[in-house]
Design a protein around this ligand. Structure first.
Ligand code: NAI
Ligand code: 15L
Length: 263
């Protein structure tokens, strides 16, 4: 990989990936609207607002791969979701098309399917069931990926990330947890794969409690090595949950339970 672009590079996953992917590409191009640390060796820091198509087109020029993490990462007002996630993700895919179609990893989210009950096991063919405007924006990004592959042959993988954090914070995350090391493995597998077309995959570790089946995406070669089970005792020490609570019934947890942001 000659030049790899990471959007959302100032954020949680972006700064984690910046460290983990040091030396992976000849150049890591790091972009965000928020402040980022100055460029180190093998890095370029290119501030950019994803809502500006011309700027994003320039940002993507010369890149051979993109990890698109930039955007609002939780529920928010329609205006913020519309600008950062819907317009921003459109601009990113369109900029890629204009620049010869580098492969894109799109950070989708489990909240694209968050209104499925936890009792259901899902795979990539399960219908989208967003639990928030945020989740709706991730469905849009996934569908954009399908369209840009079918019409323009821009290869992309939409990763329905579960909870990629240093460790799970609650019982729900025992199922949704993806370790940072597994996230790195997944990103590398996606760029190593000979062909990805448009693929949807769940970003999750090899947890014992599992709601998502990734077997359709085995060809990508993502083999998670970590599991949430190592945190079991710590999580079981938390107070018991109410099984009738919508935040416990649905896969999206609190996102499914929360009210509408505009009310
Ligand atoms: P984060 O909120 O820490 O980082 C997102 C970054 O995007 C921020 O630094 C922000 O400044 C930037 N951004 C927002 N609007 C922008 C705009 N208009 N132009 C340029 N940059 C903009 O989020 P985090 O946790 O690092 O997540 C990264 C991506 O992964 C997000 O798209 C999120 O929705 C997705 N994701 C993350 C999960 C996780 O467990 N961390 C789970 C599921 C999805
Ligand atoms: C997400 O999509 C969010 O970006 C992240 O902050 C976590 O809340 C995660 O989902 C989750 O569902 O745990």
């Amino acid at each position: 990989m000659k030049r790899l672009l990471i959007t959302g590079a100032a954020g949680g996953l972006g700064s984690m990936l910046r460290k983990r992917l040091a030396g992976y590409a000849d150049i890591l191009r790091l972009s965000d609207v928020a402040d980022m640390q100055a460029a180190g060796p093998g890095e370029e820091v290119v501030p950019c607002d994803l809502t500006d198509l011309d700027a994003v087109t320039e940002l993507v020029a010369g890149c051979n791969g993109i990890v698109h993490l930039g955007g609002r990462s939780i529920e928010d007002t329609w205006e913020i979701i519309l600008n950062s996630n819907i317009i921003g993700t459109y601009n990113l895919f369109e900029a890629a098309r204009r620049n010869g179609g580098p492969r894109i990893i799109f950070a989708s989210s489990n909240h694209a399917i968050g209104f499925h009950p936890r009792s259901e096991k899902l795979d990539a063919s399960s219908p989208q069931r967003p639990d928030s405007l945020y989740g709706v924006s991730k469905c849009f990004g996934e569908n954009l990926g399908s369209y840009y592959w079918d019409k323009f042959r821009v290869e992309n993988v939409a990763v329905r990330i579960g909870s990629c954090l240093a460790e799970p914070r609650d019982r729900r995350m025992m199922a949704t947890y993806q370790s940072e090391a597994d996230f790195e493995r997944m990103v590398k597998a996606i760029f190593r794969a000979s062909r990805v077309e448009h693929t949807v995959i769940y970003g999750v570790s090899a947890n014992t409690e599992m709601w998502w089946d990734n077997s359709h995406a085995d060809f990508l070669g993502y083999q998670p090595q970590d599991t949430s089970e190592v945190f079991r005792d710590k999580i079981e020490a938390q107070p018991p949950v109410d099984r009738d609570d919508p935040a416990v019934i649905f896969q999206g947890g609190g996102f499914a339970k929360a009210g509408h942001f505009e009310d």
